[in-house]
Design a protein around this ligand. Structure first.
Ligand code: SF4
Length: 332
């Protein structure tokens, strides 16, 4: 069974964008592979962040993941900072990572130009990502198209470490492969930007049914549908993208046909979507409410997950330290 690693930042945003972009896919993957999923709080501090809310956001993200269907019996769910080996391997991989490659990363360039003073942690972000995956010798990494460049760098880092310290007959890192997700990127309800709490264009994962409909009703659709009789194009409509995440395939087909032939108005289409969203999200909201009432249950799951992850990480680090020549294999 292939090993998968994936992480999500504790952004404090539990909305349908991250449900469709990550959670839903992770829930499927846990039945197919040996999966490690992490709330990557160490990544979340590479830019200015709100210190007092970090721990609560981390807990909330874990609750969202568990409520969405991650099963601790089927996957390992843990908080990145609870396994110290992530930062240790990050340091070791820094010494084989070319600076020029880091500076060429599109995400770094985008984020750096918005800052007056660029922290080194932002530059080294992809090295920590490489450590996250290589620490567990994971061979598959679910990525969206915007992350393919980081994965390529991860593979390059693995190759460089292997060339200098690895040993085919003993230990070397496998080069991880991309597991391209089929999830489409959901735009915000205004149809103009990524779904984001700060832009006020989200539907929360845990919203009650009335709020789902109230938010969906005025949401942007194909602008060509000015009148009820104007045909539309579902392929450019964000509402259809959301249907693809929540409605069964036969309903998606009906939506596409009724959109192209103007058989439905957009409100009819949204009503069907609202009903399907409510059917999927109601049990998630109920599970989240139960988990929020019992934070120790969640922290116990995360502690057990960290212990499982740490056992694998420690085996890897014993090999890495020994091959890098530290006195006593890096153990006092
Ligand atoms: S009918 Fe549905 S898919 Fe077509 S434009 Fe309206 S909301 Fe979008």
């Amino acid at each position: 069974m292939a090993r998968v690693f994936s992480g999500i930042q504790p952004s404090g945003e539990l909305h349908i964008g991250n449900y469709l972009g990550a959670f839903q896919n992770w829930v499927k993957l846990q039945h197919q592979h040996d999966c490690l999923f992490s709330v990557v709080d160490l990544h979340a501090i590479t830019q200015a962040y709100d210190v007092p809310s970090l721990s609560q956001r981390t807990l909330e993200m874990a609750i969202g993941l568990l409520a969405s269907g991650l099963d601790p019996e089927r996957c390992t769910l843990f908080v990145q900072s609870h396994v110290a080996e992530h930062t240790e391997l990050n340091w070791f991989l820094n010494i084989v990572t070319p600076l020029g490659e880091l500076e060429r990363q599109t995400q770094f360039k985008d984020k750096a130009q918005r800052q007056e003073s660029v922290p080194a942690g932002l530059l080294n972000y992809p090295v920590l990502q490489a450590a996250d995956v290589l620490l567990y010798e994971a061979t598959l990494v679910p990525v969206g198209e915007d992350q393919v460049q980081h994965l390529e760098l991860m593979r390059e880092i693995a190759r460089r470490w292997n060339a200098r310290f690895g040993d085919d007959a003993g230990f070397s890192f496998p080069e991880p492969q991309a597991l391209l997700t089929t999830a489409k990127r959901v735009l915000g309800l205004n149809g103009q930007a990524k779904m984001s709490k700060s832009l006020g264009n989200t539907i929360g994962l845990l919203e009650p049914p009335d709020a789902i409909w109230e938010k969906l009703r005025p949401a942007a659709t194909d602008p060509a549908r000015v009148k009820r009789t104007d045909p539309g194009n579902p392929d450019i409509c964000n509402i259809f993208t959301i249907h693809q995440g929540f409605s069964p395939p036969d309903v998606q087909q009906t939506v596409a046909t009724n959109c192209r032939t103007a058989g439905w108005g957009c409100l009819d289409c949204k009503r069907v979507l609202s009903d399907n969203m409510i059917a999927v999200l109601t049990p998630i909201r109920e599970r989240a409410t139960a988990l929020r009432a019992e934070p120790p249950k969640v922290t116990d799951i995360l502690r057990a997950g960290a212990a499982k992850a740490r056992a694998v990480a420690q085996r890897t680090m014993a090999q890495v330290r020994q091959r890098m020549g530290f006195l006593g294999g890096g153990v006092p």
